[in-house]
Design a protein around this ligand. Structure first.
Ligand code: MTE
Ligand code: MOS
Length: 819
């Protein structure tokens, strides 16, 4: 067992404790960035001027009328930028654009004494636009061949040969929707400038170091002159990995120009219309199976709808390509990816980071093909799992061995057993036979998700741990808290490593002047990376204190153990020495009581030019069984019961992990079943406008969508060697457990038709989409979109002249045309 993963007998990690801020969250005392505004004197408020075109040249801008509005202090335009006019790392995101690239694009910002003054000032700014032709959806972009960034391919084996030799070959096409983050706290930054011209920005950011870099380059300052602090976020979900930078830069620029603190907080509509979302994708595929249903070969092209700029689209696409296999061994495979450039918000990271978009493709394929192969989808999935062959783990398409492949079958079998799946499926069959207009179904889907940043350099972290003379401990680390419980876990790690009670350890907010050059808190790796760094810092201090205690007790340092706030010599029966006492002695002996910790993940390599390597430290596994009931008259459905078995290694904090699993599942179910982003695709004046720009039209999962019977179990005996205290990351993987609800809806819809009906289900599977699917099932086999044929047969693409398969309802027509 590695030193990093070895857990002492007495440990704070592994205890089921509440989130460190739970009481503050529920009483409203927890401070978020915008709560600092009322504690700050002379704050100016920022409001954007948003363009009313999907694409347009800005031919004139008159800001003078804004200054006529009482309370307007300053209008910020491109001329004010002392450094680089760009909000991104790819230099394709002008902070103040001269060409509008999406409906709602901010072209300048107004600062006012009050938010209302800024809003009225923004209204008064006169902008002349020359509208340009735009591309709104991914198919338009594909037709126009409008792509951006790299076009990678993951490839292994002989795809043509594999398809040629396959007994059954299917092909199809699939387009699925993006997702709005809808974090409770919208984007927010509050900037100050001190007497030396140093900028201090409080920002709701998952990536303070990059926010710092962007603010620096916009202002023409060095990184050492800019400090970014993130107290906590009211949710990030990937939406604050790259998107906060420009907002922080605007606030900082305003602060430099006016000498006053500037606050920029988007209201919900601004956040929805300006900030990036999960990428929707288009996929085309061809797959071959043998007679037993074993996958022989897969060929696919994934096109991500990137929106107007690259942002994180390339790495999101990369992760999609690396997750199209999900839990399945695919001997011959070629998956190509590209990023479409459309006139929409710049789509970005969202929990799973492309993983869900890759995995949905294979899960959709298996769900659609199973009936045609005459194999139960449950059985088809299980047969194709990765495994060890003659003691050698099978490898992913990009060449990484799948370590512990037996855990895929283990979580699957456990959920099947604990969920009583086989018996319930029999009950469901009886129920369905008796109910022509209501159908139930129960599906299981697996998750295998790679943990680490694909980009190897990001897999490092730092921490700063202080022990004060009174024995109290203060920790800082590079990760940010967005509700996921990272800080709780870090407190537990520090207390465990130092051998002190949790109550002795406090945690200070994340800031770039404490721990520099941090990676985004993302890729679910926050606890792995920062936990390694916190542990390392604590070990340095503990090592020094062991020596101090050893001298006092007259034993070798190697015999000292800190347990529960006491130093004891192993085997000794007498009283130990209290932690506080050892610390005080150490101070007087002039022993350093603080340390900087560092951690880098070992054993990773990735070559993005050929898309090969071992980019992941390990894989997280899980399986979910979801039962649904669908109404045949309306397509409305309910989730009746969900069972999950998920692998978090040896949990650092079981309550936190179970919360992450429940929340991830529900958020995934939202993406797959409810949340329906609609953009105006008409040729009218509102082309490109986000039609669903409020909670009234964008349906989020809420308590009423929580499965009434929700059973989450952590896989036991799941120690992960080489990760902090034997744990595994948990943040993103559970989102993908929600594929089970989508597959259950597909099977329930199919149950309205004859046995063996293949159902093509839109994503999101809204009640309307489910109704279309079950209506087709009632009409018999649907084969228009799933063609069996030998390789060489053209995929059966929908006829562009044909009426839409999912006609817009009248209500939506009204919505799209509303002013
Ligand atoms: N949980 C809550 N409550 N809020 C969030 O914003 N973000 C998710 C996940 N869980 C998120 C969350 C995402 S996208 C990631 S990458 C991880 O948390 C990041 O935190 P971690 O690395 O500490 O797991
Ligand atoms: Mo999470 S999408 O990696 O922030």
């Amino acid at each position: 067992m590695s030193r990093l993963s070895e857990r002492p007998d007495v440990a704070e990690v592994g205890k089921a404790i509440p989130h460190e801020s739970a009481a503050l969250h529920v009483t409203g005392q927890a401070l978020y960035t915008d709560d600092l505004v009322i504690r700050t004197k002379d704050v100016l408020h920022a409001w954007p001027v948003q363009a009313p075109h999907a694409k347009a040249r800005i031919v004139g801008m008159d800001v003078e009328p804004a200054y006529g509005v009482p309370g307007v202090v300053r209008v910020l335009t491109a001329d004010d930028v002392p450094g680089v006019n760009d909000a991104g790392v790819k230099h394709d995101e002008p902070l103040f654009p001269d060409e509008v690239r999406f409906f709602g694009h901010a072209v300048c910002w107004v600062l006012g004494e009050t938010l209302e003054a800024a809003r009225l000032g923004a209204d008064a700014v006169q902008v002349d636009y020359e509208p340009l032709p735009s591309l709104i959806n991914v198919k338009e972009a594909i037709a126009a061949e409008e792509f951006q960034g790299a076009q990678p391919t993951v490839e292994r084996g002989d795809v043509a040969g594999g398809l040629d030799g396959a007994a059954h070959v299917f092909s199809g096409e699939f387009e699925f929707s993006g997702q709005e983050h809808f974090y409770l706290e919208t984007h927010c930054a509050l900037a100050h400038v001190d007497e030396g011209g140093q900028v201090f920005v409080q920002s709701s950011t998952q990536h303070p170091s990059e926010t710092q870099e962007i603010v620096s380059h916009v202002l023409g300052l060095r990184s050492s002159e800019v400090t970014v602090q993130c107290l906590r976020m009211g949710g990030g979900f990937g939406g604050k990995e790259m998107q906060p930078h420009g907002f922080a830069a605007i606030a900082s620029l305003g602060s430099i120009l006016t000498g006053r603190p500037v606050r920029l907080r988007l209201n919900r509509t601004q956040d929805l219309t300006m900030s990036g979302k999960r990428h929707g994708f288009h996929a085309e595929w061809r797959i071959g199976f043998d007679d037993e249903g074993m996958i022989q070969a897969l060929e696919a092209t994934l096109t991500a709808d990137g929106g107007w700029s690259l942002d994180l689209s390339e790495p999101v696409l990369g992760r999609a390509l690396c997750h199209i296999d999900n839990a399945y061994w695919i001997p011959h495979i070629r998956v190509s990816g590209r990023v479409a450039r459309t006139n929409k918000t710049s789509q970005t990271a969202f929990r799973g980071f492309g993983g869900p978009q890759g995995m949905i493709v294979i899960e959709d394929i298996l769900g659609r093909c199973a009936p045609q192969l005459g194999i139960d989808a449950l059985e088809l999935r299980r047969r194709n799992f990765y495994r060890s062959v003659d003691g050698v783990d099978q490898t992913t398409p990009y060449g990484q061995p799948v370590r512990h492949p037996e855990r895929i079958a283990a979580v699957w079998d456990q959920v099947q057993e604990s969920g009583d799946v086989l018996r319930r499926r029999e009950e469901i069959a009886t129920f369905n036979a008796e109910h022509p207009d209501v159908k139930r179904a129960l599906s299981i889907t697996p998750v295998k998700f790679g943990i680490s940043f694909n980009l190897t350099a990001f897999n490092q972290a730092g921490a700063l741990v202080h022990v004060y003379k009174d024995g109290s401990v203060l920790i800082n680390h590079g990760g940010t808290e967005m509700g996921q419980g990272l800080h709780t876990k870090m407190l537990q790690v520090a207390a465990t490593t130092l051998g002190v009670p949790l109550s002795k350890v406090r945690l200070a907010p994340t800031r770039t002047d404490k721990v520099p050059n941090t990676s985004a808190t993302a890729a679910s790796s926050g606890a792995d990376l920062n936990g390694g760094a916190v542990k390392n810092a604590c070990e340095q201090i503990r090592g020094r204190l062991e020596q101090v205690a050893a001298n006092g007790l007259g034993v070798p340092a190697a015999d000292i153990r800190f347990v529960d706030g006491e130093a004891r010599a192993i085997g000794a029966s007498g009283p130990g020495v209290a932690w506080d006492e050892v610390v005080r002695t150490a101070y007087f002996q002039r022993v350093q009581l603080f340390a900087a910790g560092y951690y880098r993940t070992e054993g990773l390599h990735w070559d993005s030019s050929v898309m090969r390597g071992s980019p992941f430290k390990y894989f997280a596994y899980g399986a979910a069984a979801t039962e649904v009931e669908v109404d045949g008259f309306t397509g409305a459905y309910t989730t009746r019961r969900v069972d999950i078995v998920h692998d978090v290694g040896d949990s650092l904090s079981p309550l936190i992990d179970i919360g992450q699993i429940e929340g991830g599942y529900v958020q995934g179910a939202g993406w797959l079943t409810l949340e329906d982003l609609r953009w105006d695709e008409s040729d009218g004046p509102l082309r490109g406008r986000l039609a669903t720009q409020a909670a009234s039209t964008y349906k989020l999962p809420s308590f009423s969508e929580m499965p009434p019977d929700f059973r989450v179990t952590l896989l036991e005996h799941a120690h992960e060697d080489g990760v902090v205290y034997g744990s595994k990351a948990v943040g993103e993987p559970p989102l993908m457990l929600a594929f089970s609800v989508r597959e259950a809806l597909r099977e329930a819809a199919a149950a309205f038709g004859p046995v063996g009906t293949t159902v093509d289900l839109a994503s999101p599977a809204t009640p309307e989409a489910v109704w279309w699917a079950l209506s087709e099932a009632r009409r018999g086999h649907d084969t228009d979109h799933l063609v069996e044929g030998k390789p060489g047969a053209q995929p059966d693409l929908p006829d562009p002249e044909a009426p839409p398969r999912r006609p817009e309802s009248e209500v939506e027509q009204v919505l799209l045309s509303e002013a």
